[in-house]
Structure formats: C-alpha cells, structure tokens
Design a protein around this ligand. Structure first.
Ligand code: FES
Ligand code: FES
Length: 152
C-alpha cells in the first residue's frame, strides 16, 4: 500500500513497486486523461507534473513516489494552466487531441519555471512530447500567448 498525493488529494493505492505510475493512474484510478503511447519513454504522451516538473508517468515506478506532488491533466489548475487553456482554445491548437494532455502538462511546467520562455526554451521543453498531427507551431504560439497574458 502507498499513499500518493495526486491533484491535491491523498490517494491510497495498492500496486507493485515496479508498476509504472501511468498504469496506476489509468487502470487503478480510472484517470485516463494521461495517455499511453509507447510505454518506453519515447513519445511523451504520458507526461504529468511531479513537483511542478514535467515527468513521464510510464517511466516513473511506484517505488520512486513518496511525498511528491503529482499533478495530472484532471487536476491542472492555477494561473499558468488557466492562461494556457485559454490560449489553447483561442488558437485552436488541438487536432486529434491524443497528445494534448501531455502538451499542456509540459507547457505548464515550463511556464512555472520560465514565465517568459524563448522559442528555444519552448522547443527544448516541448520536444519530448510527440504530436503526430504536427501542432507544434500552434503549441509554440499558444505558450507565447499564455506567457504574455500572464504578464499583462
Ligand atoms: S507512453 Fe510514456 S513516453 Fe510514451
Ligand atoms: S493533436 Fe493529434 S497527436 Fe497531437
């Protein structure tokens, strides 16, 4: 048994120490907003925030989790998240949507650490999240728009 801190709530889970967090979220807790893509740390679809840093849930075993703050797309809140969601809608970023939970989680972690990111900062932070629909230019524009909205 382990107690996880997920989206501001203490959650009791019973999972093998080697079990990746991704499966606990999706299968045990029914939180399917975090997506499964490759399962081997390549696609970024499973990106969550761990203590406000972007993290791959498929590469995070239960044994590594203690008191860290886990945030998933279901609990993504706060000023950065609000600005990002508004920009995402305004610029119509989403295409099929499969990667978009991860895009928002990675973007939120970026803005928390770099409130006014450059294109290079954005590319570096967002590259781990693959988008097969090629929404990269709109993702980048939306992050800039959200950063600008946060400053005004
Ligand atoms: S599912 Fe985790 S990186 Fe692809
Ligand atoms: S919006 Fe379709 S994979 Fe990114």
């Amino acid at each position: 048994m382990a107690v996880l801190n997920i989206n501001g709530r203490k959650v009791l889970v019973n999972a093998d120490p080697d079990m990746p967090l991704l499966w606990v979220l999706r299968c045990d807790l029914g939180m399917t907003g975090t997506k499964f893509g490759c399962g081997v740390g390549i696609c970024g679809a499973c990106t969550i925030n761990l203590d406000d840093a972007a993290c791959l849930a498929c590469q995070t075993p239960m044994s590594s989790l203690h008191t860290q703050k886990i945030t998933t797309i279901e609990g993504l809140q706060g000023a950065e998240a609000q600005a990002l969601k508004a920009a995402w809608i305004d610029l119509d970023v989403v295409q099929c949507g499969y990667c978009q939970s991860a895009q928002l989680m990675a973007a939120c972690a970026l803005l928390k650490h770099k409130p006014d990111p450059t294109d290079a900062d954005i590319d570096e932070a967002m590259t781990p999240v693959v988008c097969r629909c090629g929404t990269y230019p709109r993702v980048r524009a939306a992050i800039h728009q959200a950063a600008k909205a946060r400053k005004s």
